[in-house]
Design a protein around this ligand. Structure first.
Ligand SMILES: CC(=O)N[C@H](C=O)[C@@H](O)[C@H](O)[C@H](O)COP(=O)(O)O
Length: 490
């Protein structure tokens, strides 16, 4: 598309569609376009310099050439970086030709300086291009901040779809520049290509192998488009170590003739860029920083990703639980308490959602899960002289046995406090509760009863989990499909 004939054709098409001005790069293209359209033209020259990162109209001579070629407005880099000509000198040169000036800014500080120099238009052009990773969205916050300085704000950079152009205008832009989405057809085509590939990975036919490695069992499933096609479960033998756990998963599916595009691993503990490690080695004694993703990739021969099991389950409930909304907190209350948080449709990872490790209310500041979970319920029963597990305590509580009711009530009250605190911190649309204790008969009702006196506006919306033990498999398969598709197109 880098050809004067195409540039002229794009220019005419833009004007025919309603564009009130054009931004044209290079003196040659400006000369070609000038006689073809009647609208004002913002002219720039782009250069790659050895001794300066400034690319847009760096030299005073560029200003002269653009003015001569018929630009009405001349734009130049207005960032505070090493440069051949100062912003002030460029602005003066533009003024000297009787033209209007546009400052291509990267920050509000650039804009302030440019405005103080009397530059006519402030553009958000260079936001995101002066270091660090390139953002994907337009910088509308900068547009809005510049609008506080002057109404002559031009929104520019990464405006790809009409909705973003509308939002830029609504944020206070006087004009909106759309570049690549219109003229770099090779880029626009690549965006669609990427989106389609991402879709393929989540499509009904795409198979993901999902592993859910917990303290007592390992579930392996073939997941297609969010549906579990087959599943196998093997016991985790904690003492054997991770190589053996992976080998057990592999032998569990030895007779599946299966091809899959990727692997998602949901696992207890923390999955960090350094590897896999246990927060609570009692659940599973994971050696520190075990390279789980690398080993699984090697052994199964397909690309893998890994996510904490409760976080994977949170994602599974978010995408398939039918709860609605964009924000959700998931709690699984069983032998311990796991959790996951989805904010604005994004899953939080790392340590987030380690609700079981919050400080409990009892003396000593021990972890909350040690004062709520199934293990605690059974231990409380034993302390009271009754030999039964958590399920037995629940059975007796439902039958109205006072000591059992007391234990369940205490656990539910602590979960209620946790839900209240979560609501205050994150204000999620739903708090989804799963796990053997969380879903035990009457437990959620008791949690809600404890919150009955709360101001209704602060009341958490507590709902039961829908996917049960499958949530982690479904969730991690989806995370894998998305990430692996991203990787393919990166
Ligand atoms: C950073 C930089 O060099 N921007 C340049 C400025 O002229 C152009 O490459 C961009 O295409 C233009 O700003 C429009 O933005 P987008 O193509 O994202 O709609």
């Amino acid at each position: 598309m880098d050809d004067a004939a195409y540039v002229v054709a794009f220019a005419k098409a833009a004007v025919a569609a309603g564009a009130v001005a054009l931004r044209i790069e290079s003196v040659a293209y400006l000369r070609a376009v000038r006689p073809a359209v009647a609208v004002p033209i913002v002219g720039i020259v782009k250069r790659d310099l050895d001794d300066s990162p400034v690319r847009i109209t760096p030299f005073l001579g560029d200003v002269d050439a653009l003015a001569e070629a018929g630009a009405d407005i001349i734009a130049f880099d207005a960032t505070d970086r090493t440069r051949p000509a100062s912003v002030e000198a460029l602005a003066q040169a533009v003024r000297g030709h009787g033209k209007l000036s546009m400052a291509d800014c990267s920050t509000i500080e650039d804009a302030r300086r440019a405005h103080a120099l009397g530059i006519d238009y402030l553009g958000s052009t260079l936001s995101g291009y002066t270091g660090g990773p390139e953002p994907t969205e337009p910088d509308l916050a900068l547009v809005a901040a510049m609008r506080e300085l002057t109404p002559n704000v031009i929104a520019e950079g990464r405006i790809r779809v009409p909705e973003q152009a509308r939002a830029a205008a609504a944020a206070g832009a006087h004009a909106v520049v759309v570049g690549s989405a219109i003229t770099r057809t090779e880029h626009a085509t690549a965006w669609f290509d990427e989106a389609v590939r991402e879709g393929f990975a989540c499509a009904p036919g795409a198979s993901i192998l999902a592993l859910d490695i917990g303290g007592t069992k390992i579930a392996v499933a073939q997941v297609e488009g969010g549906t579990i096609r087959r599943e196998a479960i093997v016991a985790t033998r904690p003492a054997d170590g991770p190589d053996a756990w992976i080998a057990a998963a592999q032998s569990a599916i030895a007779d599946w003739s299966l091809s899959f595009s990727g692997i998602g691993i949901a696992a207890t503990g923390v999955l960090s860029s350094e590897g896999w490690y246990a927060l609570n080695p009692e659940t599973l004694p994971i050696p520190n920083n075990y390279p789980l993703v690398e080993r699984v990739t090697e052994i199964f021969g397909a690309p893998a990703i890994a996510v904490n099991d409760a976080q994977a389950a949170a994602w599974g409930e978010f995408i398939r639980g039918g709860h609605g909304g964009k924000n959700l907190v998931f709690l699984t209350i069983s032998t311990g308490i796991g959790g996951g948080i989805v904010v604005n449709g994004q899953l939080l990872e790392g340590l987030s959602g380690s609700f079981g490790l919050l400080r409990g209310p009892a003396n000593g500041g021990g972890p909350l899960e040690g004062e709520v979970s199934g293990r605690w319920i059974a231990a409380e029963a034993a302390r009271a002289g009754h030999d039964c597990d958590a399920a037995g305590v629940f059975k007796r509580a439902s039958a109205g046995v006072a000591w059992a009711e007391g234990i369940v009530a205490q656990s539910a009250a602590r979960v209620a406090t946790l839900c209240r605190d979560i609501q205050m911190m994150l204000d999620p649309d739903h708090i989804v509760i799963g796990g053997g204790i969380g879903l035990a008969s009457g437990f959620l009702d008791r949690v809600r009863e404890n919150l009955a006196a709360l101001d209704p506006r602060l009341m958490p919306n507590i709902v039961p989990a829908k996917l049960g033990a499958k949530a982690g498999l479904v969730g991690v398969a989806d995370v894998a499909a998305r990430r692996l598709a991203d990787r393919k197109t990166a």
